[in-house]
Design a protein around this ligand. Structure first.
Ligand SMILES: Cc1cc2nc3c(=O)[nH]c(=O)nc-3n(C[C@H](O)[C@H](O)[C@H](O)COP(=O)(O)OP(=O)(O)OC[C@H]3O[C@@H](n4cnc5c(N)ncnc54)[C@H](O)[C@@H]3O)c2cc1C
Length: 487
């Protein structure tokens, strides 16, 4: 490789949603762009996500007759954060709600299909949009556009150092797939888009208690590299200790032929059209079978009388404020949610959904029965359920009896579930042009951050705001580093 091959206008660290969005905008602004990805393939946590994106004033809302505005979205997002103190970054929240509609349009023009809008109180109107056929569609369409624009994407390339001269970041040092090293120059700047630290033990131990440190990451590549790299230059992490963790999640579905279908426009359109015109009973199982992510059971299950048990059937305590709190501290971080017919009956309609899910928005018990047989177990008696799941009958009977949940069959078990850290919320302090701030809040020249890396203290509870932020901030950062971001 020649020196010229190693010199770019923009080097982006991470090929998830924010990194690919930044790459596209930087390339459209005329930049020569390199994206370096630590994993063997692109996608990041974005590709693991449920894929909901919450936005106002979308074509989907207009079609459904929903009248909405970014101002209302701004207020409603504040409701999600109520009681969390005043650590929010309102300037970034303003950017998120103002630019989410354009981000959704932009994704749609690249070929990404959404269904919705779906309700999610306290949003006053339905504004959650769900990608179809799965969140793999983000990486598929964005990397195609990158190729079209001549963006270079190198996988198995982990950035291990930011190169500086006179305080300015001018490039990166990289560990390559063959165990060697390479250096790349970024004339205009380096964009950190390397995701959160759900899989980063050192950062987790700095901010969280043992149950979070021990919880499994959904995406083990989210090791906080971007934040550690920036910290070495004096940057700081805001809201590092904020995470709804551990979170209970079903283990992901084993890959099937449906997961191998390309998430292209035709598959997605067929699904979106089917969704609009075919009866729900026909579409929902089909959509559920497509899901590749780890879905998260809702606390509702336990309010309806379900119990959490370990693989033997012994009960695991469930804390109402965080249903997964005790799970990672059990020897195998592995359990089942067990309940009787009385509870099951409540899980068949709004508002008692089992989980959110891409495409269907809210998945009920019957969606799991028809579409997720790998985590759905039903038996006429407790003994039969114990046999099907490998549990011990006396332990299981005692666990249900303690909660007054024995009753009459049939009985159900959903699982395995594990305690995961799905994401962490801490992000680098940035300004509204996504430049990373260092000591005394001074801009670190040549260093930018997007997505989780550039979350900047923004609180984005609720579904669909993290993906929104990844694309809004990614697009803006790509323009900012090229000097084309308007105020
Ligand atoms: C199970 C699950 C479901 C979710 N569902 C939703 C949802 O429906 N809606 C929503 O809004 N949010 C959801 N989220 C959160 C959302 O997916 C993330 O917050 C968002 O995608 C983060 O995007 P990103 O671009 O910042 O990071 P990522 O998409 O994680 O991209 C970062 C990339 O950087 C790479 N990388 C890391 N370190 C290095 C390095 N040193 N060198 C090179 N590359 C590196 C990583 O491998 C990764 O590919 C979900 C998360 C999980 C885990």
């Amino acid at each position: 490789m020649t020196g010229a091959d190693k010199s770019f206008d923009v080097v982006i660290v991470g090929a998830g949603g924010s990194g690919l969005a930044a790459a596209i905008e930087a390339a459209r602004a005329g930049g020569r762009v390199l994206v370096l990805e630590k994993g063997e393939k692109i996608g990041g946590t974005t590709g693991w996500s449920v894929g909901s994106l919450t936005a106002s004033c979308t074509p989907h809302q207009r079609r459904a007759g929903v009248v909405d505005s970014p101002d209302h979205h701004f207020e409603d997002l504040g409701q999600f954060n109520a009681g969390k103190g005043d650590t929010d970054n309102l300037a970034l929240r303003r950017i998120l709600v103002d630019e989410s509609p354009a981000a959704l349009d932009w994704l749609a023009r690249l070929g990404v299909e959404f269904v919705g809008p779906n309700p999610e109180p306290p949003h006053r109107v339905p504004r959650m949009h769900n990608v179809v056929p799965s969140s793999a569609a983000f990486g598929y369409h964005l990397s195609r556009e990158c190729r079209r624009l001549g963006v270079e994407i190198r996988c198995s390339s982990q950035v291990i150092e930011l190169l500086t001269e006179a305080g300015r970041v001018y490039g990166v040092r990289v560990k390559t797939a063959d165990g060697g090293e390479a250096r790349y120059v970024a004339r205009r700047g380096v964009v950190l888009a390397a995701g959160d630290f759900a899989g980063g033990r050192a950062l987790k131990a700095r901010y969280f208690k043992t149950e979070v440190v021990e919880a499994a990451p959904v995406n083990a590549l989210s090791s906080g590299d971007g934040m550690l790299l920036a910290e070495s230059l004096g940057a700081r992490i805001l809201n590092g200790g904020t995470a709804n963790a551990p979170r209970m999640r079903f283990v992901p579905a084993p890959p099937s032929w449906m997961h191998r279908l390309p998430p292209n426009r035709w598959v997605a359109r067929a699904m979106a059209l089917g969704w609009r015109w075919l009866p729900a009973w026909l579409m929902r199982p089909f959509v559920m079978k497509f899901i590749t992510t780890a879905l998260g059971p809702e606390p509702t299950l336990f309010r309806c009388g379900a119990v959490l048990v370990d693989p033997d059937g012994a009960s695991i305590p469930v804390d109402p404020s965080n249903i997964a709190l005790h799970l990672p501290l059990t020897p195998r971080n592995f359990g089942y949610i067990v309940f009787n017919e009385r509870c099951a009956d409540q899980l068949r309609s709004w508002p008692n959904f089992v989980s959110t899910a891409p495409g269907v928005a809210y998945a009920y018990l019957d969606d799991y029965r028809r579409g997720r047989r790998d985590v759905f177990h039903e038996a006429p008696t407790l003994e039969a359920l114990a046999e099907a799941t490998g549990m011990q009958v006396p332990l299981l009977a005692r666990s249900l009896g303690e909660r007054g949940a024995a009753g009459a069959g049939p009985f159900y078990a959903l699982g395995p579930v594990r305690g995961y850290v799905t994401i962490t919320e801490g992000g680098l302090a940035v300004d509204t042009r996504h430049r990373v701030l260092g000591l005394d809040d001074q801009v670190i020249p040549g260093l930018f951050a997007a997505g989780s890396n550039g979350q900047g203290g923004l609180l984005i509870e609720g579904h669909g705001h993290h993906i929104g932020w990844a694309f809004v901030s990614g697009r803006r950062t790509g323009r900012s580093v090229m000097g084309t971001l308007e105020d």
